[in-house]
Design a protein around this ligand. Structure first.
Ligand code: CUK
Ligand code: CUA
Length: 641
């Protein structure tokens, strides 16, 4: 038997990994004249703006970070799936419902892939979608306010990895399950995986004006692992492509290492066909509980609704809707080039890239040239859909992006490098080492019909860096390349927060953030807002006490609160009365079992406090707001129950 990477036992594979990527030993190797031109290229003088925004997934931080390119400066962390004490997201009563799921309140997730909304295949800069991998969810962040406005849970799924990519007019944001599971969930032996576990692919409709998400349908696929996905575009608009692995349907992947299929599949889904089918009454409604959480900017509050039903489509009932394209060696990345002609499967245990031709795929489907089926889903012949392969010379290809000038950039995890090649000739043009073991690469607009091919950012998977030491636990590292010339030029290393799986970049001029946004008091529809000075008060209902409080430089009203008893549940509803957009105030209560609140002008936020001890307890403003910030404080008197 020929010894392939795929047939190596896992420890041997690891040996290959760790011997193969020892390329950037000398951190000071690039010093000199080259370094100074690189420095000029990334230097953004104080007071000037970066050319691009870059939104990095924060991986197991659960959040999204915002950087500028080319400077590599981090501007902000946007809380999405994780509680964020910095501004009270997920701690305040108003934002807690954002983290509700069918499993209850889940204040953490693993965020993988951001994707910016598109119109006609071009970035439109309205929203950015991200996926929660662990408790499957998709979130929508508004790119005017840079706030998470909506989170929808994805039922019948586990390990929501192949998301959250959008179709060319943001008709759908798509999710796919990494783990196949019993659908619906039930108590069954894990050994009975094969044939009993299913992989749901989810199509979440996006309302064109508001961006509001709605889980339109799911496709019940065979029990493979669905890894990544990409939309068709141009000619292939109307299709979506998903890489799969474990097509053996093994319940333990140790077994797979021993007897592995030489090829897994890319699943090609004609979602327009399925849309037609369900518009004609197709599909079966089945019970499925999932949360849908929406933030409302007029009440400054989120609401969570539990949905009960999903429309499930059996792909074998829709002729022409789903096909399987054999693809070698456990493909990971599934990338469609800007023209929509090519679908690239990166076999992560291979040296070569497989490029499928959309045109050949359609021809083979029309000629009905199939090579059997999997649970009734036709399998196409590898040779019939193959456009060609790239003999890369690298090892462990993961992801590919495009520069819009006919070139592709593929990351190689094992050989730890970025390889540039020509999409049509499939010839390798350049290769650059990465520090260390690169995962995704991002070119602004790289997942669209019109990329901005000036910079590429390589995101490294292994936590090795070459900065000042910070103890055993390290952040990850990104590397910025100038890709405007024939050869790539490394410009900058910069740290990222949490493991960055992917990022989405966009020219700053396309975004129109409401940087001077002020929530006006007269628009504040919060149920417990204290709008005028005379609306501040303390109300008791049994053991519940509601404090209607206002704040303005530099005091709270009321600031002396008496009549609270041990065992009460105290709600501080605090409204910021400032007129300047950039004067938030904070609120922190001693012994409160949550976080501070950061309250923007015009906004109301609520913190719950359940005092357990008799005494007089202070609160204060946490955000330095004026020369009298330190005077912005108050007391609560707590008497015996
Ligand atoms: S990724 Cu999620 S394991 Cu290659 Cu998109 Cu990092
Ligand atoms: Cu308000 Cu400090």
């Amino acid at each position: 038997m020929k010894l392939t990477i795929k047939s190596l036992p896992i420890f041997a594979l690891m040996a290959v990994m760790f011997s193969g990527c020892n390329n950037s030993k000398s951190p000071n190797g690039n010093r000199g004249a080259l370094a100074s031109t690189a420095a000029e290229k990334v230097y953004v003088p104080p007071g000037e703006h970066d050319e691009f925004y870059a939104f990095f997934s924060g991986g197991y931080s659960g959040n999204l970070t915002v950087y500028g390119l080319p400077s590599g400066r981090m501007f902000k962390e946007i809380p999405v799936f994780s509680q964020f004490p910095t501004n009270g997201y997920g701690y305040s009563e108003e934002t807690k419902p954002m983290l509700n799921t069918s499993h209850g309140f889940i204040p953490w997730d693993d965020l993988h892939h951001p994707d910016i909304s598109q119109t006609d295949g071009k970035l439109d800069g309205r929203w950015i979608f991200v996926n929660g991998n662990n408790t499957p969810r998709i979130a929508r962040i508004d790119l005017k306010t840079f706030e998470t406005d909506e989170i929808i849970e994805v039922p019948n799924s586990a390990g929501n990895h192949s998301s959250s990519f959008v179709t060319e007019n943001t008709e759908y944001v798509v999710a796919g399950t990494r783990f196949s599971v019993p659908v619906p969930q039930k108590d069954i032996s894990i050994k009975e995986y094969r044939g009993n576990f299913k992989g749901a692919l989810s199509f979440i409709e996006v309302a064109p004006e508001t961006g509001r998400m709605n889980l339109k349908f799911q496709i019940m696929m065979p029990g493979f692992d669905y890894d990544l996905s990409h939309p068709g575009r141009g000619k292939s608009h109307g299709w979506f492509f998903f890489t799969t692995y474990n097509t053996e349907e093994a319940n333990t992947l140790l077994e797979v290492n021993a007897s592995q299929n030489d090829k897994d599949f890319i699943a090609a889904v004609n979602w327009k066909k399925i849309e037609e089918y369900i518009n004609n009454g197709g599909g079966t409604k089945m019970p499925a509980e999932y949360a849908h959480n929406v933030y409302d900017h007029s009440t400054h509050s989120a609401k969570s609704t539990i949905k009960k039903e999903v429309l499930m489509v059996d792909p074998t009932k829709v002729p022409g809707a789903v096909f399987l394209l054999p693809t070698p060696k456990s493909p990971h990345g599934c990338d469609v080039d800007p023209t929509g002609k090519y679908i690239i499967g990166n076999g992560k245990l291979s040296a070569d890239l497989t490029i499928h031709s959309f045109g050949k795929m359609i021809a083979a489907i029309e000629a009905e040239k199939f090579d059997g089926d999997a649970y009734g889903i036709p399998i196409l012949k590898f040779e019939d859909v193959l456009a060609g392969q790239v003999k890369s010379g690298g090892l462990g290809p993961l992801h590919t992006e495009f520069d819009g000038k006919g070139n592709a950039y593929t990351t190689f995890f094992i050989s730890s490098e970025l390889v540039k090649w020509n999409v049509e000739t499939r010839e390798v043009i350049d290769r650059q080492p990465n520090y260390y073991s690169v995962g995704h690469v991002m070119i602004p607009g790289g997942n669209s019909a019109a990329p901005f091919g000036k910079y590429a950012v390589a995101m490294n998977k292994i936590t090795k860096d070459r900065y000042l030491p910070t103890g055993p636990e390290l952040e990850h590292s990104a590397q910025l390349f100038d890709i405007s010339g024939e050869k790539m030029e490394l410009l900058l290393d910069f740290p990222t927060h949490g493991e960055p799986h992917y990022a989405a970049g966009i020219p700053a001029e396309i975004l129109a953030p409401e940087s001077q946004k002020i929530y006006r008091l007269e628009d504040n529809k919060h149920e417990f807002a204290a709008l005028g000075g005379d609306e501040t008060r303390v109300e008791r209902h049994g053991n519940e006490v509601h404090v209607y409080m206002s704040m303005i430089r530099s005091h709270f009203t009321p600031d002396n609160i008496e009549g609270i008893r041990v065992g009460d549940k105290v709600y501080f509803h605090i409204t910021n009365h400032e007129q300047d957009f950039d004067v938030p105030h904070g609120f922190a209560m001693i012994g409160a079992n949550n976080a501070e609140l950061l309250i923007m002008p015009g906004q109301t936020r609520t913190l719950v406090w359940e005092p357990g001890q008799v005494g007089v307890w202070p609160f204060y403003c946490t955000d330095f707001c004026s020369a009298l910030h330190q005077e912005m404080q108050g007391y609560v008197r707590v008497s015996p129950a």
